[in-house]
Design a protein around this ligand. Structure first.
Ligand code: DX5
Ligand code: ZN
Length: 228
């Protein structure tokens, strides 16, 4: 498998935007692997967050790859702009475009890694025809739009299904989970097959985000080493 077994991806949605550079450097020191950036348009999700200029500023503030989660309708119109601004990975929602195949190819053509995300109500089967075109599958474990929500347990079964399915694909793909991820469920998620742990509240709403990042990696890695 070409992908790192465990990655910690702090979500800056829960960071203090007035001190964003500082917050990102803290989790970088805590061994975070990627920075997760949540982009919301007020249409696909009922909230508005940040966009292209913030990605461009972050690109200068950290050496870590930027994992840009587009919670926007018809993302294909913005893919090139986000990649030019510094996104190393672009994740788009299956529910947000009728041309998922084309949009995923577009991401790779512009030199970034392609990710497909599914909402809690969307089955894994909705991605069956594109699993050979993705570097990452993102399983949402909350309904997207807000940080600080409760983990929806149905995500675990979807992660298990994806973990079995990826054996059929050459090299496979990463499995990423996003929403309500914390020290209480990291071990179970690692055992189910998660590579990339997105965590906002449980990292940034703590007194020491670097320590929280380290702790999450430790829990996930230990769970894997105990796997029979
Ligand atoms: C939710 C976003 C998440 C969010 C997760 O719509 O996609 O990335 O920041 O936040 P927590 O970890 O607080 O659930
Ligand atoms: Zn996200």
């Amino acid at each position: 498998m070409p992908y790192a077994r465990i990655e910690i991806a702090p979500s800056i949605l829960a960071a203090d935007f007035a001190r964003l550079g500082e917050e990102v450097r803290a989790v970088e020191q805590g061994g975070a692997d990627v920075i997760h950036v949540d982009v919301m348009d007020g249409h696909f999700v009922p909230n508005i967050s940040i966009g292209i200029p913030v990605v461009a500023s972050l690109r200068k503030a950290t050496r870590l790859p930027l994992d840009v989660h587009l919670m926007i309708e018809r993302p294909e119109g913005y893919i090139e702009d986000f990649i030019r601004a510094g996104a190393a990975r672009v994740l788009i929602h299956q529910e947000a475009t009728v041309h998922l195949d084309r949009a995923l190819s577009m991401i790779r053509e512009h030199g970034a890694e392609a990710g497909a995300a599914i909402n809690p109500a969307t089955p894994v089967a909705a991605l069956a025809e594109v699993l050979d075109k993705v570097d990452t599958v993102l399983v949402m474990s909350v309904n997207p739009g807000f940080g600080g929500q409760k983990f929806i347990p149905g995500a675990i079964e979807k992660i298990r299904q994806l973990n079995q399915l990826r054996a059929r694909y050459n090299g496979g793909f990463r499995i990423e989970v996003d929403g309500g991820v914390d020290a209480g469920n990291a071990a179970e998620l690692a055992q189910a097959g998660v590579n990339t742990f997105v965590a906002g509240t449980s990292i940034f709403h703590t007194p020491d985000p670097a320590a929280a990042s380290r702790q999450m990696r430790k829990l996930a890695a230990e769970a894997l080493s105990q796997r029979v």
